[in-house]
Design a protein around this ligand. Structure first.
Ligand SMILES: [Zn+2]
Length: 134
């Protein structure tokens, strides 16, 4: 087994293209949630030490893919944060707003010997803007 920088790069590219394929296979947001006009994700991170990733925000509109899987922001981590359940909860909840915390289950693949668990925590606020009931 060869170890080295190229291995990590290839793995990351493979993960990225898998993510792209999954996204392309997802239905449109308007198909999955006809009432949703906008989904807003506010993401912040904890537990990364000095190199904690910066907060992110994402907004999805009806023509976007209904794909709610966010790769861990660490370049050497193979984890993903799956927010599909949270999206369903936010759409169904009367407040259309869900907050929660997820822990990254990936491992930091740059350290081939020990592959330490990432355990980066994602604190998210998810807001669904829905069209008013008729
Ligand atoms: Zn991670």
């Amino acid at each position: 087994m060869r170890l080295g920088r190229a291995h990590g790069t290839a793995t990351r590219q493979a993960r990225y293209s898998q993510l792209q394929r999954d996204r392309e296979a997802a239905p449109k947001l308007r198909t999955m949630f006809p009432v949703v006009e906008q989904l807003r994700f506010e993401l912040s991170f904890e537990g990364g030490g000095a190199a904690t990733p910066v907060p992110q925000s994402h907004v999805l509109h009806p023509p976007a893919r209904a794909f709610f899987s966010f790769p861990c922001p660490y370049a050497d981590c193979d984890g993903r944060f799956e927010l599909t359940a949270a999206v369903h909860a936010a759409v169904e909840d009367p407040s259309h707003r869900i907050e929660g915390v997820l822990e990254c289950a990936g491992s930091r693949v740059s350290d081939f010997r020990s592959k330490p668990l990432c355990q980066l925590r994602l604190c998210f606020t998810l807001t669904a803007v829905c069209s008013p009931p008729y």
